[in-house]
Design a protein around this ligand. Sequence first.
Ligand code: GTP
Ligand code: SPV
Ligand code: MN
Length: 607
Amino acid sequence: MPPTEHKGLLRWVDEVAGLVQPARAYWCDGSATERDRLYEELVSAGTFIPLSPATRPDSYLARSDPRDVARLEGRTFICCQREADAGPTNNWVPPDQMRTQLSALFAGSMRGRTMYVIPFAMGPAGSPLEIWGVELTDSPYVVVNMRIMTRMGTAVLDALGQEGEFVRCLHSVGAPLAGKDRSVPWPCDPGNVHIAHFPETREIWSYGSGYGGNALLGKKCLALRIASTMARDEGWLAEHMTVIKVTAPSGEVKYMAGAFPSACGKTNLAMLVPTLPGWKVETIGDDICWMRLGSDGRLYAVNPETGFFGVAPGTNETTNPNAVATVSHSTIFTNTALTPDGDVWWEGLTPEPPEGLIDWKGDGWSPERSDKAAHPNSRFTVPAAQCPSIAAEWMDPEGVPISAVLFGGRRSSTVPLVLEAFSWEHGVFLGTCLASETTAAADGAVGVLRRDPFAMLPFCGYNMADYWAHWLSMATTAGREHLPKMFLVNWFRQGAGGGYLWPGFGENSRVLAWVFARCGQAGHEGPGGDGQARQTPIGWVPAPGALPTDGLAVAAPQLEELLRVDLGEWRAEAALLRDYYNLFGDRLPAGLAGELAALEQRLAEVP
Ligand code: GTP
Ligand code: SPV
Ligand code: MN
C-alpha cells in the first residue's frame, strides 16, 4: 500500500509507471534502515566501492560512466509556451513537442528496474519558502544522494497531506534491464540526454544521465530553474549563491550572499577560515540561496539544501580545512581516485600523489600519465550538519538578513579584487556584467570567457532580461534603504607572468572585512568609516591602505595591480556588454540600458 492518500500524487505515480514500466515501485521513507539497505545494494551492484572504515568510515566511492561526468547545458531545456519567455540564453522547445519526444524515450525506460518514489522538501521545515517535490527515479544512487541533499521521506508525505502542491520530478537513467538480470554499475544513455523543465506546470523530466545536477532534481532543476520562475511570480529570489555568516572581532554579525559560477569558489567561501585575526566565518549554505523581503525591508535568505555536493579537486587542509573535516566520514565520493589502502585522493589533496593510485575510471595511474587521477568535476556528497563551520541558525525557517551580495567570476584580467556598486541599480548592472572563464562543472571547453550574469546563465528558468527586471523591482517594492549592498569580486586576476595575483581562500577574509565595513555605512555615497574607498568609473574600490594587509604575503605593487581599474580594459568590456545587451532586444530593462550608458559616459570623461 502506498503510504499516502494524496490522489494527485497516486495518479501521477500510476501514470508514470504505465509509461516507464518498472518491475516494481518503492516508496522511500528516508529511514536509516532504508539507507543501509540501499548502500548494500549499491555495493553489490558495483556502483559503490566501500572505503576503508579505518580512514574514511561509512563512506563510498562511485565511478560514473566516463561519458556521464558533468551537467550538460546543451541538453538542458526550458519548455514554456512562448519562446520569448525562455529568452535568448536558454534552449527552448515547445512543451507539447518535448512531451512527445520524452514520452518516446521514457516508454519502457525502467523495465526490469525499481522505480523509487522520493518525497522531498527544499528549504527549512515550516519556512515560508519551503517547496515540496517528488522525484521518481530508477537510480538508487540518486536516492541516497537525495537523502543527503534534501529532507527526504515520510515526513514530507505527511506534510503534503491529501492535496499539498509538489513539483513533479521524473528521472530515468534510460537503461532498461530488459532480459538482463544485472545492471552495469553506472547505467545511462549519454546519446539521448534531455533535462527538460516545464515552468508553467512545474514539472521536470530528466532522461539519460545519472550525474549531479542532471539527476538530483531537487538541486539546480527545482531549486533554481523551476524556483526562479516561482520567485518571479511570487516576488522573491531563487539564486545560485553561497550564504555566510561573518562575525567581526567586535562580535558584530553580518550575513553575506555570494553568486559565483560553477566551480568558482562558493563552497570554499562558505567554509572560509579567516587569516585575519579575530574574524569568524560560518556556513549557512554553499550553492543555492532563496531570499524574500521581510516586513523590515531586508532580504532574508534560506539555504534550500541539507547537504553539499562539492568539487573535490583543489580541496585540502590549507585551502579548505572545514571541507576536509566535513568529508572525513559518511560521505559519497564520485569520480575521485582510489588509494591502495581504500581511501580517496584528488589533485591538490596532497602535494604528491600516493603510490599505486587507481584513477576515476578504475585503471592504474601513475604521475607520469598526462591525465588526471581524479576527474576535474569529481565531487563529494555530504550532510551539511557534518561541517565544523555550520552556523547554528543555518536551518532557521525565517532565514538570515543579508547585508551584502557578492558577484564573483574567474577573470584573469579587467575585474579588480573587489569593487562596490554605487546603488542598487548599479549593483544589478554589475550582476549582469558577471563573466567567467568556463570550468569542468559543465561539458564543453574549459577556460573560455563567457557572460554568466548573476552566475545564473545555466540556471535561470525564464528570460534573463525579465530576471534582471525582477531584481530591479526589489527596490521599487521595498525601498532601497535596507537592501543589501552589492559588490563585484575576483579572486582569479593574473599577473603578467600568468599565475594568480591573490592568494585567495582564507585570505579572502581581508576582502570580507572591507565589505563588512562598507555595509556599516549609512548611505551608498561616499568614502568614510573604516572601509575607506576610492571612487572610480566602475564603482568604489578600497582606498590605498584600506584593505587590512597585516601578515599578508602580497607585495605592495601586486596589491596595487589587484585593485587597479584599467580604463582601456573597461572600455572594451563596456563595448562587449553593449553587444551582449543587444541580444535581449526590447526585454532589456530601461534601468540597465541607463546604467550602461552612464558607465560609458564615466569612462569617456576620464582622460
Ligand atoms: P560548484 O559546486 O560547481 O557550484 O562550485 P563552487 O562555486 O562551489 O566552487 P568551489 O568552492 O568548489 O571551488 C572550485 C575550485 O576553485 C576548487 O578547485 C577550489 O580549490 C578553487 N577555488 C575556490 N576558491 C578559490 C580562491 O579563492 N582562489 C583560488 N585560486 N582558487 C579557488
Ligand atoms: C554546479 O555545476 O554548479 C554544481 C554541480 O553545483 S551540479 O549539481 O551538477 O549542478
Ligand atoms: Mn560548490
